[in-house]
Design a protein around this ligand. Structure first.
Ligand code: ADP
Ligand code: MG
Length: 646
């Protein structure tokens, strides 16, 4: 005769207890053949459940041999044990162990998910089983909405969904009234008649009487083994062929995602509070980066008017030099000399003088800016009416001027400006063009500016050829730093000492960019800290959640979940919480930006898609990193312990 389906030899199970060990099972020898119906009886605490757990590969013997189909189970790894629980055994527990968040149908599907059965096939199978057990109209009910007997029938359907050959029922009727209990027993008898091996633990002699073999245990030893009937000629129920089917990893991941969504929905407030840390962290990172980018662009825009290939030369040692007003060595001739250099494209001297403007009865004080004809191009001043002055205006010291919009408003109001003549000090000036207001500098937009040829300002107001500045446009292709050096050398030579300073717009731009980059880095560092705090919050809650759902984890393992499945479930849950939190954080930041723009126009927030992508990526990374420990903790749990604590 072949080896029986199950063969235990000298099996011991010991638990450490105080100094010594507690021997719960002692030298158990037991053979169970294919297709038998065995009742295990014994007093409470005699070791029945321990034996069942070992039979069902939920637990391992401390010593001894367990051959299943001739294979030594003691030598199998955790993954192979999970496969046996998934494909060979179907467990039925006294307390049903249904997942309360899922419907009857969903509960029955769980073992099939871990086996990798496609959704349609698995749903059809679960429905058919529930139908056969008289629950066809309760598919969408949750365990809380079902009676004890109905719940136990759901758990029987779950045990059968992978076509288990061996049904292990640990006091399945213990919590049921006698009528429901009878129903359950009838179902088990039917399953046995189909060729399935059934092992049932019971206290009830009436139940035992319906089995064909009764094994009695007392204090961890088998004290009696009676057959009331000869074992049936094993109708060999073949292992289901789809058991070897390849398991689609993606499908299992999708299921893990569904589980995570279910778990989050079941604890909405807690999930939200967990997310809050991530939401705040991501929202602040994204808005601060947007604010930094906004101010950077604004500053750059302000200096962009001057172009980045211009150098400005001013008298004195630096801005704010008290003597610069008296330094008169920077003269028009310097400009002419510079203009002859090959690396200089054009030179526009600037001089200025404050004068009182008069037109009819209107008076206003204004700044007369003496500039060259190229100034409008070089400085990016846009004309809205008329024209700028040309070379002949400059050489002829003409009294043609361009006024800015503020001046036009003050002097002429809504009337025509072009061609009008007004007085500036004692000099009559004629308007040939109107320019946009240059808003550079604080309060710059409210002062009045009149642009006149610099020669005119020098001759009529200043009476000298010294200038208040030279604006140079450097030839294309010439390196700015090099040009600056050459200008410095030339002017130092002409003046005999370095009594001027040069402002390099390109350098300013670089400085601003570098400064904002440093600031952004600094803020990013703070943001990373806040995200870390958020991540630790996630880890904390996930650890609590693992403890809270320990029974669920045990049950999932009992029906065949691999360690990887459990790990994936909790990891995905953590990542999901973080990604949703991250997305909410981005939305919050966008809303914040909108509100900010409404309230004040002084700041602009410029959002870059890159920073948002980075925010999403980092929130998933946080989920992975901080979800890892809880997930590993969950996967490390011992199925029997987890089930007992659940
Ligand atoms: P039964 O199912 O027959 O009522 P069990 O198999 O559950 O009994 O338990 C048998 C004995 O083993 C009991 O005395 C129990 O206290 C002990 N026991 C069960 N599980 C553990 C464990 N994880 N650690 C220590 N002792 C245990
Ligand atoms: Mg028990």
């Amino acid at each position: 005769m072949d080896a029986p389906l199950i063969r235990l030899r000298g099996v011991n199970r010991e638990y450490p207890s105080g100094e010594g060990v507690l021997r719960v099972l002692k030298d158990i020898d037991l053979d169970i053949g294919q297709g038998e119906f065995v009742a295990v009886m014994g007093a409470s605490g005699s070791g029945k459940s321990t034996l069942m757990n070992i039979l069902g590969c939920l637990d391992r013997p401390t010593s001894g041999s367990y051959l299943l189909d001739g294979r030594e189970v003691a030598r199998l790894g955790a993954g192979e044990l999970a496969a046996l629980r998934r494909e060979v055994f179907g467990f039925i527990f006294q307390r049903y162990h249904l997942l309360s968040e899922m419907t009857a149908l969903g509960n029955v599907e769980v073992p099939a998910i871990y086996r990798g059965l496609p959704t349609q096939a698995r749903r059809a199978r679960a429905r058919e089983l529930l139908d056969r057990l008289g629950l066809g109209d309760r598919l969408g009910h949750r365990p809380g909405q079902l009676s004890g007997g109905q719940q136990q029938r759901v758990s029987i359907a779950r045990a059968l969904v992978n076509d288990a050959r061996v049904i292990l029922a640990d006091e399945p009727t213990g919590a049921l009234d006698s009528r429901s209990g009878d129903e359950v027993l009838a179902i088990l008898e039917r399953l046995n008649a189909e060729g399935r091996t059934v092992v049932i633990v019971t206290h009830d002699p009436k139940v035992a009487a319906r089995a064909r073999r009764v094994v009695e245990i007392a204090d961890g030893r088998i004290i009696a083994d009676r057959r009331t009937e000869a074992p049936p000629a094993a109708p060999a129920l073949a292992a289901p062929d789809s058991a070897r089917a390849a398991v689609p990893v993606l499908g299992r991941l999708a299921e893990a995602l569904r589980m995570a969504v279910l778990a989050m929905r079941a604890h909405k407030l807690r999930s939200f509070l967990t997310m809050l840390g991530i939401i705040i962290g991501i929202a602040s990172v994204v808005s601060v980066v947007a604010l930094g980018e906004g101010s950077r662009q604004r500053v750059l825009q302000n200096i962009a008017g001057l172009g980045t290939n211009t150098l400005q030369v001013f008298p004195g040692r630096d801005f704010g030099d008290m003597r610069s007003g008296r330094v008169t060595t920077l003269v028009t001739a310097d400009g002419a000399a510079l203009a002859r250099q090959p690396h200089v494209a054009s030179v526009s001297p600037t001089v200025s003088s404050s004068q009182t403007l008069r037109y009819g009865a209107t008076e206003a004080s204004a700044q007369i800016s003496g500039v060259g004809e190229q100034y409008f191009d070089v400085a990016g001043v846009r004309l809205t009416q008329g024209r700028g002055f040309d070379e002949s205006d400059v050489t002829a010291m003409s009294q043609n001027v361009v006024i800015d919009d503020n001046t036009r408003n003050s002097l002429f109001g809504d009337g025509p400006a072009l061609g009008q003549v007004f007085m500036a000090g004692k000099v009559p000036l004629r308007v040939i063009g109107v320019a946009e207001v240059q808003s550079r500098g604080p309060g710059g937009s409210t002062s009045l500016t009149v642009y006149a040829p610099y020669t005119t300002v020098q001759a009529r107001y200043l009476g000298s050829t010294s200038v208040s500045g030279l604006t140079l446009r450097v030839a294309d292709e010439v390196d700015m730093a090099l040009a600056e050096q050459m200008v410095t050398e030339l002017l130092t030579q002409r003046h005999g000492s370095k009594d001027f300073f040069i402002v390099n717009n390109d350098q300013i731009r670089q400085t601003i960019t570098a400064t904002t980059q440093t600031l952004t880095l600094l803020i990013a560092a703070i943001a990373v800290i806040s995200l870390l705090v958020g991540g630790i919050g996630v880890m904390n809650i996930m650890l609590v959640s693992v403890t809270e759902r320990i029974g669920e984890i045990g049950l999932r393992m009992a029906v065949g979940a691999r360690r990887g499945d459990i790990r994936a479930q909790f990891l995905i849950e953590a990542v999901l919480v973080c990604v949703i939190g991250g997305a909410a954080g981005i939305l919050a930041a966008l809303g914040f930006g909108l509100a900010f723009e409404r309230l004040s126009s002084d700041f602009t927030l410029v959002y870059s898609p890159l920073s948002m992508l980075a925010a999403l990526a980092s929130s998933s990374a946080i989920g992975l990193v901080f979800g890892y420990l809880p997930a590993v903790n969950a996967a490390k749990l011992d199925p029997v312990n987890a089930l007992a604590k659940g």
